[in-house]
Every structure is written in C-alpha cells, then in structure tokens.
Design a protein. Structure first.
Length: 364
C-alpha cells in the first residue's frame, strides 16, 4: 500500500516539475523585458569646479561722479551759445558768452589809470632823491598804484564772468537758452555731468558689516540693458547704520565709458563679499525632505541616495560643500521617482540641464 502511495507522490512531483519547467521556458523572454523595463531611464552630470561668489544683492540709484547746474553771476544779453545737449565737452571749453563790451571798456579805463599812476610814482621817486617832494607824497602815489592794480583785477574778473566755461569735463544737458536772451544772476543755463564713471548708491544689511571692505567687486544691471552687466568696485562706506532699515549706505564706482548709463537711473547691485573655487551641480538635481537635502548618484546601473551640504546658490546652480566628489555621476532627471538601490539606465538626453554648462556624462 505504501509503495502505491509513494509512486503517486513521485508522479505528481514529476508532473509539477515538468509544468514549471515548460512554464519557465515559455515566459523567460517576457520576464527579461519586464526586468529591463523596470530600470528607470535618467540623465546624469558630473559635478564641476566653478567660481562661486558670496554676494549681497540690493537696489540703488546712479548719480554722476561730478554734477553741476551752470548759472550766471551777472545780468546780460546772451551773444554766444555752445550748448548741444548730449555733447561731451572738456574742462575750460566756452559754453555761453554774455555781452561783455561794457566790461571790456571798463577794464581798458582801469588799465589806463594804472599806467598813469605808475608814471606818477616813478616821477615822484626821482624827485624824492633830491628831496624835492616829501616821503608822504611818494607813499600816497604808491598806494594809488596798489589800488589801481586791485581795480584792474576786479575788472578782469567781471569780464571773465561774462564767459561761462565748463568747470570739468562732462556731458551737456538740455538747455532753453538762445542767443539774444536776457539772463539774470542765478538763471540756470544747463547741466553738466561727468559720466565716464558713475556712482552707485545702495545699502548693505548690517549683518554683513564684518565682510564688507573697500575694493570689493560690484556688478550692476539695469532694466534698460537686461543682457549687460556693468562692473565696478566699492569705494566708500557710510559711517552710520540706519536705525530704520538696519543697513549701511555704501557707494560704488561703475564703469560707464560707453556713456549708456545716466544719472538718476535705477540699478540692481550685486556686491561680491568672497570669491572661491568650489563644486557645483544643477539645482534641479537636489531633493528636499524636511531639513535634509540629498541627491541621487548612479553607480554601476544602481541609484544611490547621498545626503549633501549646500552652500551658495546661483542661477540654475548650487554649491555642494560636502557629500559628493567630482567623479560622481549625479542624476538630474527622474530622481524624484527613485529610491536608493533602484536600477537605472543612463540616457543623457539633450536639454537635460537647461543652462548647458555641464558636459553630459559619457556613459550610455
């Protein structure tokens, strides 16, 4: 009886084993396809060493390094105007001239009086040698000469005041003055701005005071020139922190050799506190979970999650202080669907990293 039972068990076992064998032969290709399909397709990049800057951003306004509104000290009629708005002039160039005929005539009169006073003094000095006149008379004539010299100097100044010249090199502003116009003291003729270098005034939060120093690099950008960056350096620090904003006013000089920037213009400022070489990766590679920051790296077709410490952020990039090495393959697409240990297939499609500053991994 037990032999029959043992025979039946063996027959069942053989039947089940055969069925499983044939089943395995039938579905092995499908299983392999499923296993291949289970590997997530991802893009990777290698971290690269780049220049990283610790920066403070602020908004400020531009003003000319030197700026003045030109006025006249005298009343008179304008006889010559050389005010072309936007034209660059040199220090000492004539801009406006008033009718100076009366002032020139007054100067001639005084010069004649001075010449006569000097002749009288010379004659009196000769007479004094033989005591023909007193010393008091000689001193009186000498005083008359000194007075005439001073009067001549005053007349020359009055004559020069009829000529308005550029006090420094700069760019002429708008003007409504025409030849024949009558002007009075204080009349604004035009403006003059020295714009080859511009002052950029902005404020730095007080928490950065220990890191701010003269000579640090400043980069400015303007809505008028969105694709351009204007460079300069920090040249002045305020002496007081504002109690309202808790910030320190500072001033930078911005290069404006092409003359595109204008006084009063709004500008965004970026002050570089510190510059160094560091590892950076695309910002899109970083995942957050609470206070933890991590990335996935691909190793021999397997994803591994790695915690990282991040530093300065830049447009599209972030500094990695620790956690990965320059040789690691950092996953930049599809990492939000991965778990540590998942199989991955690196495809490195074009456009995986928007700024194209990272060379794609040679793996495929």
């Amino acid at each position: 009886m037990w032999k029959q039972w043992l025979t039946a068990v063996l027959l069942v076992a053989i039947a089940v084993g055969g069925a499983m064998f044939w089943r395995h032969l039938d579905i092995t290709p499908a299983q392999e396809q499923d296993q291949q399909a289970s590997a997530s397709r991802v893009d990777t990049v290698k971290p690269r060493v780049d220049t990283v800057r610790d920066e403070v951003t602020a908004v400020g306004s531009l003003q000319a390094l030197e700026a003045v509104e030109l006025t006249t000290e005298l009343s008179g009629r304008v006889v010559d105007v050389r005010l072309n708005a936007g034209e660059r002039v040199q220090q000492g160039d004539l801009l406006v001239r008033l009718d100076d005929r009366q002032a020139a005539a007054d100067l001639q009169v005084i010069e004649s009086q001075l010449a006569d006073a000097r002749r009288q003094l010379q004659r009196a000095s000769r007479l004094r040698t033989n005591n023909s006149i007193s010393q008091a008379q000689v001193d009186e004539l000498r005083t008359a000469v000194d007075v005439a010299v001073a009067q001549r100097q005053a007349a020359r100044i009055r004559l020069e005041n009829h000529r308005i010249v550029a006090p420094f090199s700069g760019v002429i502003g708008l003007s409504d003055i025409s030849v024949g116009a009558y002007v009075t003291p204080g009349t604004i003729l035009t403006s003059l701005d020295a714009t080859e270098r511009m002052e950029l005034n902005f404020s730095v939060p007080e928490r950065f005071l220990g890191q701010v120093s003269l000579g640090q690099m400043v980069r400015g950008s303007s809505p008028a020139y969105r694709d351009d960056v204007f460079e300069g350096e920090l040249v002045e620090l305020g002496t007081r922190v504002s109690e309202l904003s808790r910030s320190l006013p500072v001033r930078a000089l911005i290069n404006n050799s092409q003359g595109r920037l204008r006084p009063g213009q709004f500008m965004s400022a970026s002050l570089t506190l510190r510059e160094r070489q560091a590892l950076v990766i695309p910002e899109q590679a970083v995942l957050l979970r609470g206070d933890n920051k991590y990335v996935f790296i691909a190793e021999d077709g397997v994803a591994r999650r790695v915690s990282v410490d991040l530093g300065t952020r830049m447009p599209g990039l972030v500094e990695v202080v620790s956690g990965i090495a320059e040789s690691d393959q950092v996953i930049v697409t599809g990492q939000d669907r991965l778990s540590s240990g998942d199989r991955v297939e690196v495809k490195n499609g074009e456009g995986a990293v928007p700024d194209n500053r990272f060379a794609q991994s040679p793996e495929s």
